[in-house]
Design a protein around this ligand. Structure first.
Ligand SMILES: [Zn+2]
Length: 276
């Protein structure tokens, strides 16, 4: 059973939609004021490359996707084609770092886990030898919440324990960017539901990063969080980096998860064994 695909595209709860709109409105107002004040500054442009999406490009420049889309007469779900030129508002064009997502791939900074997450990892009654693998997934969609994915796994996939993963990491859309959610399968030390083999689900911790990494890379903060989380879990479960796999590396049937743009090699190389 493959559970990481298309988890909650149709199920974004209405209160979250409302909350997003309420948060977006002041943002758009601020942007409009800034944009008119800097109307004389030069806008930038970006030429769309293969595999780009509005969301991925917006993320690279730190622009709200709705703002980038509107500026170019598009909707945030519009298809963009290779070679298409997009206008980058001056304010964001000037501020663009070399490429925050490329930097994430090359150098995943070590960041301390929030103490509440460390406590939740330590508090769970982990039996010796309980876990043999830590497996990384992507959600395959660019917005995600624990509640939405849990509902999908429960009601559509009929998984009685709900959300198939032990941890979820947000990308700034639905959850905070890099926010780690400790889920009930970890708290209760339940088997995972994230792999095609029941035998593997009994020994594999599942971590899901929100995003479609066939279309763009994870955010810098997602990579820093997954590194910190995995290193803490290796310590807690007495595992080495060899135990850390992507879904594609371990699954008994082929899957693209966690996507062609997940920086697997850099991520695995960044992990340090416990005690070093
Ligand atoms: Zn997966």
């Amino acid at each position: 059973m493959i559970v990481c695909e298309r988890v909650n595209r149709r199920l974004w709860p209405i209160h979250l939609v409302k909350s997003a709109v309420l948060h977006m409105a002041p943002w758009l107002l601020v942007w409009a004021v800034v944009a008119s004040a800097s109307a004389l500054a030069a806008d930038g442009s970006y030429t769309v490359k293969r595999g780009d999406t509005i969301f991925g490009i917006a993320q690279r420049y730190g622009i709200p996707p709705a703002v980038l889309a509107e500026r170019n007469g598009l909707s945030r779900n519009s298809y963009v084609y290779t070679g298409q030129r997009l206008t980058i508002p001056a304010k964001f064009a000037a501020q663009r770092p070399a490429s925050s997502t490329d930097a994430a791939a090359q150098n995943i900074a070590r960041r301390a886990l929030p103490s509440s997450i460390q406590r939740a990892i330590d508090k769970a009654p982990v039996r010796a030898g309980r876990w043999q693998y830590i497996v990384i997934h992507h959600s395959d969609v660019d917005t995600g919440t624990v509640k939405g994915m849990d509902k999908y796994h429960r009601e559509v996939r009929h998984m009685e324990n709900g959300l198939a993963y032990h941890f979820v990491i947000g990308n700034g859309s639905g959850m905070g960017d890099g926010e780690i959610a400790v889920c009930r399968r970890w708290i209760g030390q339940l088997d995972g539901g994230h792999l095609a083999s029941n035998g593997q689900n009994q020994v594999a911790i599942g971590i899901c990063l929100v995003g479609n990494f066939d279309e763009h890379r994870p955010t810098t903060r997602e990579m820093e969080s997954v590194r910190a989380l995995v290193e803490a879990l290796m310590t807690r479960c007495q595992l080495t980096p060899r135990a850390v796999k992507t879904h594609q590396q371990i699954n008994i049937v082929h899957t693209r998860c966690p996507g062609s743009k997940f920086p697997t090699k850099n991520f695995l190389n960044s992990l340090q064994s416990p005690g070093r």
